[in-house]
Design a protein around this ligand. Structure first.
Ligand code: GUN
Length: 293
């Protein structure tokens, strides 16, 4: 029987424990989310982050700047948040509007407050295997694997997609678990054959249902990071008329052979916000000296 991994329930467990720990500690962690411009998907993500953080007892404020904001203005806001003692975590929502160098903005974030784990300092620490703030979606993937994949030592893991946000950090987390990691990408030769050799598949390419069911090795664990909206001609499946969400994996066919698989929606997605709040709590404890020595 294939396990359909319930990311929503797993994330809810995580946030419940987080809320209890924060309540016990009697502190209010502060999270600032910076949104520049009016990318519709980013607006939804930022509103969700702000709402969930507030519901768990965080001090959370979204800072919204117009698309016309200059790089210097965004960096100035980040520096002001670095200096704000009530703020433990800073996240700059990506993508940033054209003309703003995302690398320069992200590296302006104090690494101690970098709850997205995207600064060069935290990315470097992750590669070195040092304690760091780990990017939220990769962290969510690794927590699901820890819970559902069993012993990963020596397993063949294939990560499809080499982004700084997901593919590269997730590959590092798998390496830390002693997997033999292949980081596949758009230039990989014979991707189906590469995936067929994998005990663990992480799909993070952003292409609807690209990974076919017959690419999946029987008994593999499949983590689908993709969130793609497809327009369907079948009215009964179209939902709200805006199409439906699918992952990077052809779910039904893959689920027929996998040992465990995440659905879309309801798999990795809910883990991202839970991990953002967990990271903010980690940053808060470290900044305020709440961790045992
Ligand atoms: N845009 C899409 N996903 C993310 C994320 O995890 N962090 C940031 N900062 N921007 C994103």
């Amino acid at each position: 029987m294939t396990t359909i991994i319930d990311g929503k329930a797993f994330a809810a467990g995580l946030t419940t424990r987080l809320a209890a720990a924060i309540n016990d500690a009697g502190v209010v962690p502060g999270l600032a989310v910076v949104l520049v411009g009016d990318d519709p998907a980013s607006k939804v993500y930022v509103a969700n982050k702000e709402r969930t953080a507030k519901a768990l007892g965080f001090h959370s404020l979204a800072h919204r700047l117009p698309a016309s904001a200059s790089e210097a203005e965004v960096v100035a806001l980040v520096r002001a948040l670095n200096a704000d003692d009530a703020i433990d975590g800073i996240l700059v929502q990506l993508p940033l509007p054209k003309g703003i160098d995302a690398r320069r903005v992200i590296d302006a974030i104090d690494p101690a407050k970098d709850v997205d784990g995207l600064t060069a300092v935290n990315a470097g620490r992750l590669v070195l295997g040092e304690k760091s703030l780990v990017p939220c979606t990769p962290l969510g993937c690794s927590l699901l694997l820890d819970a559902f994949a069993g012993d990963m030592r020596g397993a063949a893991a294939v990560v499809i997609g080499r982004s700084n946000l997901v593919g590269k950090p997730v590959a590092q987390l798998l390496l830390q678990r002693d997997c033999t990691v292949t980081l596949a990408h758009s230039r990989t030769r014979d991707l189906p054959a590469v995936v067929r050799g994998a005990d663990i598949v992480i799909a993070a390419v952003g292409r609807a249902e690209m990974v076919q069911g017959d690419w999946i090795k029987p008994g593999a664990v499949v983590i689908d990071v993709g969130i793609n909206r497809i327009v369907t001609s079948a009215p009964e499946k179209a939902g709200d008329g805006k199409g439906r969400l699918v992952g990077d994996v052809a779910f039904a066919a893959a689920a027929a052979v996998a040992r465990a698989i995440t659905p879309v929606p309801g798999g990795v997605g809910p883990m991202t916000i839970a991990c953002l709040l967990q990271n903010t709590w980690q940053a808060c404890r470290a900044r305020r000296g709440l961790d045992p020595a």
